[in-house]
Design a protein around this ligand. Sequence first.
Ligand SMILES: *Cc1c(COP(=O)(O)O)cnc(C)c1O
Length: 393
Amino acid sequence: MSELTDHVRSLDACELPSYIYDLKALRTHAAAVRQALPERVEMYYAAKANPEPEILAALAPYVDGYEVSSGGELAHVAEAVPGRPLAFGGPGKTPDEVADALERGVERFHVESAHELRVLAASARRVTPGRRVAVLPRVNLPAPEGSLEGSSLAMGGRPAPFGMDPVQAREVVGALTDGSCPQLHLLGVHAHLASGLEAAQQLGVAGAVVSWATSLGVPLAEVNVGGGMNVDYVGPERRFDWTAYGEGLARLAEAHPGLTLRIEPGRALTAYCGWYVTEVLDVKRSHGEEFAVVRGGTHHLRTPAAKGHDQPCTVLAVDDWPHPWPRPAAAGERITLVGQLCTPKDVLARRVPAPGLRTGDRVLFSLAGAYAWNISHHDFLMHHRPAVHFLDA
Ligand SMILES: *Cc1c(COP(=O)(O)O)cnc(C)c1O
């Protein structure tokens, strides 16, 4: 923390807001996650959580590959971590993206529909005639009873544009095993049912996916049980229980010798290494409530608006006050932190305890390493973009 706060203090006001990524913390965390997983579990990083090249590279020693969800991500990740295995997933792949992925030698395709399978088969005949392309149909399974409760983003087990209903997925498995697509090879099954699950719920999902996959009665080398490990924005110190998850996966792997289990977390790998740091521009009272306007806002850190939470933050007091007039400061215990946008939705954290917060104090928003900068609407109001710093790059 002190290296971070020293760095924040050293920044000039015109360098705020900034994103700071602590790559040392990221490496330590990723190593611990890897350590908690049994050997037969492979881990891909879902690049959409944060595709900064430095982050992709820092994760490289701890992951077996990367999951990409668009042609853009594919090109970007292939350049940032050349030669690493890629899995191409996501809905709505265009024929051009599929052909490009084949040309680049992508290892795995997560197929989202029967139509997509045909696009892939036709493309493979044309682009890579001599090669067999590995396919994992994505199934949208009903999740086991209770396992998606509290999940923030259920993508499966209910109507969704992701993957296929079990009946359709079975048909795609049939098409992959009846000799009608000789260029394609059924490597396994893929599922990603929800985000925001704790270890016990994740294990319930993993068990359900593996049991469905093995009930198909066809040889499978892999089952990918997805990502979605919870990050607790209300209690950031409560981390996903990777040890319990790893132990459960070890039991599952033991029960299915010969099957490789794969997970593809995003948020729970990178959320903790990122900080959005800024300063208070003004403090005001409005109809009985106090507001601090900070430099920047949800156009840089859309996470709290997108997920409907208060972004966890800490205040770094700055004692200098260069002006001859009084320094605006909070009178009460709690204050709402907003950005510079002309919309009431630009709220980073509501009624947070920050007694005495002053104009010129710095604020460090944590858990800003995933789905933060890259999901934000940067150009709204045309404020300048934050600088990006890497600690221990
Ligand atoms: C987004 C996504 C992930 C990663 O989810 P997290 O909640 O960031 O862990 C993994 N797999 C698929 C298919 C996804 O769409």
